[in-house]
Design a protein around this ligand. Structure first.
Ligand SMILES: Nc1ncnc2c1ncn2[C@@H]1O[C@H](COP(=O)(O)OP(=O)(O)O)[C@@H](O)[C@H]1O
Ligand SMILES: [Mg+2]
Length: 378
């Protein structure tokens, strides 16, 4: 009996909501324009799992090294920050409108005047987000880290749920949400969620937990057991859990459990990753440890990441840009880009070292002042 057979049917359906891919949004033969610009023809089908079969392994295996250097990635990101109507603060943070006039690459995610009203037409009608527009460019081989901050209840989770097209949230009331220029219709394996602690199956080992998404998509992927074990073990090593693969979640610390959650999502190589307050249940040292892990893994992942966090310091440290939402109903007036040099984020320096540095503290003050200012808008 495979580990997948041990999962009760109702649980498979539930988890399938988050992981299983609905292929109807996919156009396997079609290459994203942005990727086509930067890659040779043989590598163009970079969107995960464009076809079935063992050949997908190339995207997943450890042989698949980042195709461009970190320096080149940073240059691409710097280029993408050069927007019209932007200004650079004395700290070096770049304030810009959420939509740019001119873009070099196709957007990977776009929100066009999106409003979400829950329970519309009833006495419980509630405007969660209002007229939100933004665009994330699909930089070739480069994933960006976008932090969503704003007061509790301003609609941050709603934004993420809408991109994932979760059933519970439904379609936007007004406006349009596109992923790679196509309206989102349902959850997909191109989009993965890293949940808070305790998101792993308690009755499965670390290895089986990490393999879960691969097993779930076994037919579509066409991977053998050997390949799945290899991919899962590779990811377990990357998140620093080597030697723990046969343990059950209850035998792990909170930080280790979160590593399992990260590995479970990353093993599927999603193009877009969502993290909704992923570290809020962890103690401070473990949280810092997670920030280090995410930073280390980051350049390999090449996915666009949306993270919701209550911690402005965490948002500032981890992200390339911050979306700051107004109090409910959430609106988005601008984005703030964080060039690594503006916060003293030097390769090889630990998160603590960076966060203790003067440039970081000055930038944090600027972000905090901005947060307070936006909070007073309503
Ligand atoms: N399915 C839903 N039905 C009704 N109201 C909802 C639903 N989901 C969220 N809301 C409401 O929308 C608002 C924004 O929620 P949420 O996006 O979770 O905020 P945040 O993540 O910023 O704290 C909250 O007031 C919440 O109660
Ligand atoms: Mg939330």
């Amino acid at each position: 009996m495979s580990m997948f057979d041990k999962i009760p049917g109702w649980l498979k359906s539930f988890i399938g909501l988050f992981i299983k891919f609905e292929t109807r949004n996919e156009e396997p033969g079609k290459k994203p324009a942005a990727i086509a610009i930067a890659k040779p023809a043989a590598k163009q089908a970079a969107f995960p799992f464009p076809e079935t079969g063992e050949k997908n392994q190339s995207r997943l295996s450890s042989e698949a090294k980042p195709s461009i250097s970190i320096t080149a990635k940073n240059e691409l990101k710097a280029e993408s920050r050069k927007l019209e109507q932007s200004f650079t603060s004395p700290c070096g943070l770049i304030h810009a409108p959420p939509i740019a006039e001119k873009r070099r690459y196709q957007p990977i995610v776009s929100f066009k005047n999106v409003t979400k009203i829950f329970n519309k037409g009833t006495e419980n009608e509630f405007v969660a987000i209002e007229n939100v527009s933004f665009e994330i460019e699909d930089l070739p081989d480069v994933g960006e880290f976008i932090a969503l901050v704003g007061p509790s209840g301003c609609g941050k989770s709603t934004v993420l749920n809408l991109i994932q097209a979760f059933q519970e949230v439904g379609p936007p009331t007004h406006g349009e949400i596109l992923v790679r220029n196509k309206p989102v219709k349902g959850p997909g394996r191109d989009r993965g969620m890293i949940f808070q602690k305790y998101s792993s199956f308690p009755h499965l080992t670390v290895l089986d937990n990490v393999k879960f998404g691969l097993e779930l998509n076994r037919e579509e992927l066409g991977f053998s057991d050997k390949t799945m074990n290899h991919l899962a073990m590779e990811m377990i090593k990357k998140v620093g859990l080597n030697g723990h693969e046969d343990k059950y979640p209850y035998q792990l610390s909170g930080g280790q459990q979160q590593r399992v959650a990260i590995a479970r999502t990353l093993v599927l190589k999603p193009r877009i990753i969502f993290m909704d307050e992923p570290f809020s249940a962890l103690d401070e040292p473990t949280r810092i440890e997670m920030q280090q892990l995410i930073t280390d893994l980051w350049h390999e992942v090449e996915a666009t990441v949306f993270i919701i966090t209550h911690s402005l310091a965490e948002a500032l440290y981890l992200s390339d840009r911050i979306f700051m939402f107004t109090p409910s109903p959430g609106r988005l007036n601008k984005q703030i880009f964080i060039p690594p040099e503006a916060i003293g984020k030097i390769p090889g320096h630990s998160p603590l070292e960076v966060q203790e540095s003067q440039p970081f503290k000055a930038a944090l003050k600027e972000i905090t002042d901005e947060f307070i200012k936006i909070g007073d808008i309503n």
